[in-house]
Design a protein around this ligand. Structure first.
Ligand code: G3H
Ligand code: 13P
Ligand code: ZN
Length: 297
């Protein structure tokens, strides 16, 4: 039913595009993501964080994804985003996720290596792909010096050691990217990304987190340098809020949730659809959809 991140990202690498990993927490966000994937005939990664699992229940999210996958015919991976505890990994696997991320980036290096290697053993034992993170994604709200910023980034030589010792399938890089909105223009270190790609690009697939608010031309550069998975959450949340807020301003007395959630789905759909086009994955699933649905698309 679901693809693994490896399945989708290897195809992306061959095709020179990236697959969007879009965070979901509920039915409305899931619907918006699948509507965009279907219309763009694109593979997608449905990203679910530990707090999303807590909010909605991992099995509910998987059940929704299963139905939407059947109905749309697009290739989908359901991926645990930023699992920081082993219980997150186990809950995701038990619920039927097809890929997991173990984020040990808060730990000292050796501890990150040890824990990530354990996560890889667990994921590979059940046939799913595993993403790890090296370097820290510094929050946009963190006030840090230039040297602290440097220190938080992924070091190319250390990346090689990390990939070889952990056996991860995909590596989330820290090159100046951050979660949430950027204060000012993001300054991504593309030289570093290029170096990481040269050193580990044939050993691990590369992932860019914190992509909301990164200018389109920088996203294209990142893809050209080997990024095959790009994570978007903040722009979807913002669209959700904008949709509800816009409707409620015009219709302050409406209490039917279906009325105010529909514009939220529409706004989120526009964001996801735009990102799919930008990442270059539109029409990448055409043959696959034709095969699984038995219809030319
Ligand atoms: O990077 C994390 C994602 O944006 C998910 O955030 O933990 O608030 O669900 P969350
Ligand atoms: P944004 O906050 O930039 O949307 O990043 C999402 C992300 O990296 C989820 O793991
Ligand atoms: Zn992230």
């Amino acid at each position: 039913m679901f693809k693994t991140n490896n399945d989708l990202m290897f195809q992306a690498r061959k095709g020179g595009y990236a697959v969007g990993a879009f965070n979901t927490n509920d039915l409305e966000i899931t619907q918006a993501i699948f509507k965009a994937a279907k219309e763009e005939k694109s593979p997608i990664i449905l990203a679910v964080s530990p707090s999303a699992m807590k909010y909605a229940g991992p099995r509910n999210l998987v059940a929704m994804a299963k139905i939407a996958t059947e109905e749309t015919g697009v290739p989908v991976a359901v991926h645990l985003d930023h699992g920081t505890e082993f219980e997150h990994l186990v809950s995701a696997i038990q619920a039927g996720f097809s890929s997991i991320m173990y984020d040990g980036s808060k730990h000292p290096y050796e501890e990150n290596v040890r824990l990530t290697a354990e996560a890889v053993k667990l994921g590979h034992a059940v046939g799913i792909s595993v993403e790890g993170e090296l370097g820290r994604l510094v929050g946009t709200e963190d006030h840090i010096t230039v040297s602290e910023r440097e220190a938080s980034m992924t070091h190319p030589d250390q990346a090689l050691d990390y990939v070889e010792r952990t056996g991860i399938d995909a590596l989330a890089v820290s090159i100046g990217n951050a979660h949430g909105w950027y204060k000012g223009k993001p300054e991504l270190d593309f030289k570093r990304l290029e170096e990481i790609g040269k050193i580990v690009g044939d050993k691990a697939l590369l992932v860019l987190h914190g992509a909301s608010g990164i200018p389109d031309e920088d996203i294209r550069t990142a893809v050209s340098l080997g990024i095959t998975k790009i994570n978007i959450d903040t722009e979807i949340r913002d669209a959700f809020r904008r949709g509800v807020e816009g409707f409620m301003k015009e219709n302050p007395d409406v209490i039917d949730p279906r009325k105010f959630l529909k514009p939220a789905i529409d706004e989120m759909y526009k964001i996801v659809s735009g990102k799919i086009k930008l990442f270059g994955s539109s029409n990448a699933a055409t043959d696959y959809i034709a095969e699984v649905t038995g219809r030319a698309v």
